[in-house]
Design a binder for this molecule. Structure first.
Ligand SMILES: [Zn+2]
Length: 117
């Protein structure tokens, strides 16, 4: 695992200059057209739904088994499980969607450099 690329993604930075943020706003998932500092064309390599699909897999394979184990240990009404795990999954999704999207873009920049020229 490349921790430098992971760090760039976590901070939502441009993969080329590593100083400028790649999203249009604090709460926006839209990418800037180009990087403010180095002019890298970000719009050409938008990861689209990649981050959402990755989160679906990660949360599906981690939170659902966790909910089943918790239900075996502490049997609760289904409505409680729905509320607790639903809120947890929404919170994790909102917290990780931007860093994962930025990480995927950083990986694309690293492994497919010809697509950025
Ligand atoms: Zn840049």
């Amino acid at each position: 695992m490349d921790f430098h690329t992971l760090k760039i993604g976590w901070q939502c930075l441009c993969p080329k200059c590593e100083t400028s943020h790649i999203f249009k706003g604090k709460y926006s998932l839209d990418l800037k057209e180009t990087c403010d500092k180095c002019g890298l064309d970000l719009a050409k390599n938008d990861s689209a739904d990649g981050a959402a699909v990755l989160l679906i897999f990660l949360l599906g394979f981690s939170v659902v088994p966790l909910a089943l184990v918790v239900d075996l240990i502490y049997p609760l009404p289904y409505i409680v499980h729905g509320i607790v795990w639903g809120i947890l999954m929404i919170a994790i999704t909102l917290g990780l969607i931007k860093p994962i999207k930025a990480y995927i873009i950083a990986l694309q920049y690293k492994h497919r450099p010809n697509d950025w020229t």
